[in-house]
Design a protein around this ligand. Structure first.
Ligand code: KG4
Ligand code: ZN
Length: 333
């Protein structure tokens, strides 16, 4: 088969990104423009501001990506875009740009589920070996997904309340760490000790998660200590939270690996950048004799490269779309 170049677009949250991906796993060019510095001032992503900044950035990001790849739209086989889950207005900017590009160039259009994109970010790390499990941990999701073949997803567990990324960000906020708190909490935890006694998160025989209890426990602890005029050791609190939260993720994932007897474990989503989670899963997979694929750090958080990787399988299935689709903010796997 002739080489397939996909031009992919991602605007579901606060990153404006475009990528050109060859044959589903070669990153020819990726441009990511993050709005983190803008949203930092508000302690989190402000949807309206995100949409406006996507509008301002998108054509510049597209041009930069084509320039970086040294390609034109004549070389492109299809245009792919994230259509959910994510922020409605933010998704809309990418979708309208994708429709306009497809109309102008005559190239087929592919709509991609952002979470499938996160899982397929692992294509840049190695080949998938089925059956496999993917631990999906992002700002909006915490899921264990079973795959017995390419591009087939069966969710076996998910969070009943907050996602793990959300818990990281909220705990970070209460200890005064700027948005997005996850990466900094990770760094602080590495120098702290697990000294704070936090309640163990939901640990039953399902593969579901709950992080609201531990999140509330940290928030209450910080408020109580403040009232008593006691100093909080932020690094120790970060370490205590991280060990508890990552502990339950790893414990349930190990049990799922054994029950489903899989060949491989993938990790996906923003929290897959977490150093402690990566370390713990590496150790566990080694002991279990299961291969572990993790995205390179640049592919953990939102990017269009992963959308191009997933879109390749939609392309092979000839799963093209017309222009009559809208953002789906609550889209499931
Ligand atoms: O996948 P992502 O970029 O956006 C969503 O699709 O949600 O994930 C963002 C989330 C944020 O909650 C951020 O704090 C978290 O990933 N995150 C981390 C780390 N890096 C990013 N959480 C813990 N440790 C990290 N190193
Ligand atoms: Zn994401």
């Amino acid at each position: 088969m002739k080489d397939v170049y996909i031009f992919a677009i991602e605007t579901s949250c606060d990153e404006t990104s475009a990528s050109i991906i060859k044959n589903g796993n070669i990153d020819v060019a990726t441009v990511i423009l993050s709005q983190i510095d803008i949203h930092k001032n508000y302690g989190g992503v402000v949807p309206e501001i995100a949409s406006r900044n996507h509008v301002n950035a998108i054509t510049i990001v597209f041009e930069e990506c084509l320039k970086k790849a040294n390609l034109t739209f004549d070389d492109i086989g299809a245009i792919a875009v994230t259509y959910g889950p994510g922020l409605n207005g933010a998704l809309l900017v990418g979708i309208e740009a994708a429709k306009a590009l497809s109309f102008a160039t005559g190239k087929p259009l592919i709509k991609v589920n952002h979470m499938k994109g996160h899982i397929y970010a692992n294509k840049f790390s190695g080949e998938f070996k089925f059956p496999l499990l993917s631990l999906v941990v992002s700002g909006g999701h915490t899921e264990i997904v079973y795959m017995d073949k390419e591009y087939s997803f069966k969710k076996i567990g998910s969070t009943l309340d907050d996602s793990v990324g959300e818990a990281y960000d909220k705990v970070a906020r209460v200890v005064g760490v700027p948005y997005p708190g996850g990466p900094l909490m990770d760094k602080m935890a590495r120098v702290g000790k697990h000294t704070y006694n936090l309640p163990a998160p939901k640990d039953d025989n399902t593969y579901d998660f709950s992080f609201s209890g531990i999140k509330s426990a940290v928030i209450n602890l910080v408020h109580n200590e403040k009232q008593r005029k006691n100093e909080i050791n932020k690094e120790d609190l970060a370490a205590s939270f991280q060990e508890t939260a990552v502990g339950i993720l790893v414990k349930k994932t190990i049990r799922a690996i054994k029950e489903y007897n899989v060949k491989q474990l993938l990790v996906a989503g923003g929290v897959s950048a977490n150093s402690y989670l990566r370390e713990k899963l590496s150790k566990a997979c080694k002991e279990l004799g299961v291969e572990l694929l993790m995205p390179a750090l640049k592919y953990c958080t939102d990017n269009a490269a992963m959308i191009g990787a997933a879109a390749y399988y939609e392309f092979l299935n000839k799963n093209f779309t017309d222009f009559s689709f809208d953002p789906e903010p609550g889209l499931d796997l």
